[in-house]
Design a binder for this molecule. Structure first.
Ligand code: ASP
Length: 292
């Protein structure tokens, strides 16, 4: 089965000057994930790799570059979903883990639990030997200025990925710093199974971004994969999921990426913009600029 991958870097509105550099990082992430798939790696390996690249990229609200909360602290959330085992691992409110999505994977594979939060999650990362950094190391000058300006102009640049590997396994992952100046302890959709990500290798996978409080209420990613299970392709399912959330929670300010069992890809958004890149089952890289 030819592999395929799609990645996103958020759905919101941002200055046009950020489009090109964001797209460049997304291309890099898609290529890196696709290289994993082409060398026999699993869909899980591919989405983790792609998201790690975006967690390191300072232009996105995940890992380095995360938004600060109202106390000036970075608190990050992430999830990874194995569509074959119908299993996931997730973390919320971590403050020191360089790659929150990798900790989420360790939660899934090395603990009997599914979701770790706060200090316990950071301590688990230390125990498992994952890379830790002081909280200040996640803070970019841009985000520090946003904090000083008390600029709450919306979530924007959460990252995520969905992939299909050569064995037909599907996986999804999402990583975020949450919304800017959020109340300390606030958790959005990103680490919640069915809301921020979902995958079932029989049908499809999805990763969401945008206003988390709406995405949680809509269980957006589960909704999208349900559409695939009902016979839609990945693009029709993404469109249907956005129609659903926009109808119920307008203005929903949401976006998502999808992939189906045949390796067809989709994305849709109710926000002004979404940032995506993908490599289709023919091996072609696309990074369309997309605004409503
Ligand atoms: N959905 C994320 C959250 O609400 C933010 C985003 O996607 O930009 O935490």
């Amino acid at each position: 089965m030819p592999p395929a991958i799609i990645v996103h870097g958020g759905a919101w509105d941002w200055p046009d000057a950020e489009d090109a550099p964001k797209t460049e990082y997304l291309r890099q992430a898609a290529r890196a994930g696709y290289a994993v798939l082409c060398s026999g790696g699993s869909a899980l390996d591919a989405v983790e790799k792609a998201v790690n690249i975006l967690e390191d990229a300072p232009l996105f609200d995940a890992g380095i570059g995360s938004h600060l909360n109202a106390d000036g602290i970075v608190e990050m959330d992430a999830i990874i979903v194995d569509g074959t085992a119908l299993d996931f691992g997730a973390v919320a409110g971590v403050q020191r883990v360089r790659y929150p999505v990798s900790l989420a994977r360790q939660v899934m594979q090395r603990t009997p639990h599914k979701l770790f939060v706060g200090a316990g999650a950071d301590a688990l990362a230390a125990k498992l030997g994952l890379e830790l950094m002081p909280n200040i190391a996640f803070v970019t000058p841009h985000e520090w200025q946003r904090f000083l300006d008390k600029d709450t102009s919306g979530p924007s640049d959460t990252v995520g990925a969905c992939a299909l590997d050569a064995q037909g396994h599907l996986a999804a992952a999402t990583s975020t710093g949450g919304s800017p100046l959020k109340m300390p302890g606030r958790v959005g959709d990103s680490p919640i199974f069915g809301a921020g990500a979902y995958a079932d290798s029989a049908f499809g996978a999805a990763s969401a971004t945008g206003l988390g409080e709406n995405i949680l209420r809509a269980l957006l990613c589960k909704h999208a994969v349900d559409q695939i299970a009902a016979g839609q392709d990945a693009q029709a399912a993404a469109d249907a999921a956005i129609t659903h959330i926009e109808r119920r929670f307008r203005p929903s300010m949401a976006g998502l990426i999808t992939i189906d069992q045949q390796g067809r890809l989709g994305f849709a958004h109710s926000s002004p913009k979404i940032a995506v890149a993908y490599i289709d089952a023919n091996g072609h890289l696309h990074a369309p600029e997309h605004r409503r």
